[in-house]
Ligand binder design. Structure first.
Ligand code: B12
Length: 348
């Protein structure tokens, strides 16, 4: 199976039973404190997250797989430091990972099925999941020995860091179970907690999603609360600060996936040029990308906030004033941006 996983582009694979144990309790407390904000699917799916067999009947094993997405040449820190450039989370620069990973997992499931059909007399079935299904992915990956859940809540592996996606197969094939990762290797380091621009960690191992820039720029549908707008800086789609600072990520392994390569220069674009995209340009340039799910108006909302945090200039102010194809939601953020730029103008 390891060889199939490698052939399909996965960097590692591990198998656990289907009991999420303490991870389900952590989820319960997290939800009870409303840390999920508007992500209703997190609360609605709690029962399924507790019991994978309710999601896929007969599940006794979770096969967890990880796929790297880090790219050495995307100059993450340099872009983050330039207030006129747009920082997009490194996971979102190329093709939407959901599509790619689900397809690979489905192929893996077929290979497993063919093997079982040929060698065992068992009625077997497996089902692929990635991200959007109610599965406690990091918890199962930790149980399967793929790494530990760090203080930044990322699954971290001591040989490659945390720049990877997770996906899994829920199956009833009685596969041998791997040893879980029992120790966390964050030590006394709190770099991720300290660097978070919006102080989104309520403590180690617990993120208050309502404050996380990833949530504010991707999940939140309405207005971005004013108190977070400055801290968002130039981050227009997600945030990577708690990974960029993590010492384990000096071991990051670059991905071989051509489909994850940045499209349309999104790894290093000027905020203004993205803000000037028309709706049809947005539709066309985000086809097959994870960015598309926020839609054009939220894209403009995020860019308006970032432009309010930029060095401004005549072109930026003119563009903010001139753009007409936007909603009330965007207008509110454009007005905020113009006020920011006005306040920041150096006295002559
Ligand atoms: C909802 C969600 C979000 C939310 C909330 C994130 C969060 N930390 O809960 C938001 C929108 C903010 C988000 C952001 C991001 N996400 Co997200 N997200 C998810 C999703 C759909 C569910 C996560 C979840 O269950 N959260 C609930 C909390 C309770 O669970 P948890 O975060 O896993 O936390 C565990 C620990 O913190 C632990 N715990 C809690 N308290 C305590 C206390 C102690 C003492 C201990 C020991 C443990 C512990 O219990 C939890 C369960 O094990 C998963 C996919 C999935 N189906 O699992 C992807 C997923 C976690 N996201 C992912 C990614 C890549 C990101 C971003 C990097 C994207 C970006 N650049 O913007 C950021 C990272 C932010 C961060 N530090 O988490 C990847 C993570 C891969 C990895 N290496 O870990 C996943 C697995 C998607 C995937 N299939 O690859 N995400």
């Amino acid at each position: 199976m390891q060889q199939w996983a490698t052939d399909l582009g996965f960097a590692a694979m591990g198998i656990s039973d289907a009991n999420p144990e303490q991870h389900a309790d952590h989820l319960h407390h997290w939800l009870a404190k409303n840390r999920h904000g508007e992500m209703g699917y997190m609360a609605n799916g709690e029962a399924l997250r507790r019991d994978p067999s309710a999601l896929h009947n007969g599940t006794t094993r979770v096969v967890s797989l990880r796929m790297n997405y880090w790219q050495d040449d995307t100059q993450a820190l340099e872009v983050l430091e330039q207030s006129d450039k747009a920082y997009l989370s490194r996971y979102a620069l190329g093709r939407d990972y959901h599509k790619l990973i689900r397809a690979r997992l489905a192929t893996m499931a077929k290979k497993m099925q063919a093997y079982v059909d040929a060698h065992l007399e068992l009625p077997c079935h497996s089902r692929p999941f990635v991200d959007s299904a109610p599965v406690l992915e990091r918890g199962f990956a930790e149980k399967a020995g793929l790494g530990w859940i760090g203080k930044n809540t990322m699954l971290i592996n001591s040989t490659v860091g945390s720049w990877f996606f997770l996906g899994e197969l829920l199956t009833n094939i009685p596969l041998p179970i791997d040893a879980p990762q029992r120790n966390k290797h964050c030590g006394s380091c709190t770099a991720c907690l300290d660097i978070c621009p919006t102080n989104a960690f309520s403590g180690p191992f617990e993120l208050d999603a309502r404050k996380c820039i990833s949530y504010l720029t991707i999940e939140l549908k309405g207005e971005i609360p004013v108190q977070y707008r400055k801290a968002i800086g130039n981050r227009v789609f997600g945030c990577d600060d708690c990974q960029l600072i993590c010492p384990w990520n000096k071991f990051a392994q670059a991905t071989d996936e051509k489909d994850f390569k940045p499209r349309h220069g999104l790894d290093n674009s000027a905020l203004l040029s993205l803000f000037l995209w028309t709706e049809s340009e947005f539709e066309q340039r985000t086809r097959g990308s994870a960015i598309r799910r926020i839609g054009y108006q939220r894209w403009l909302r995020n860019l308006a906030v970032a432009l309010g945090n930029s060095s401004g200039g005549r072109d930026v102010i003119d563009a903010l004033k001139a753009k007409k194809d936007f909603s009330e939601l965007v207008r509110i953020h454009v007005e905020w941006a113009l006020t920011q730029l006005e306040n920041n103008r150096m006295p002559l």
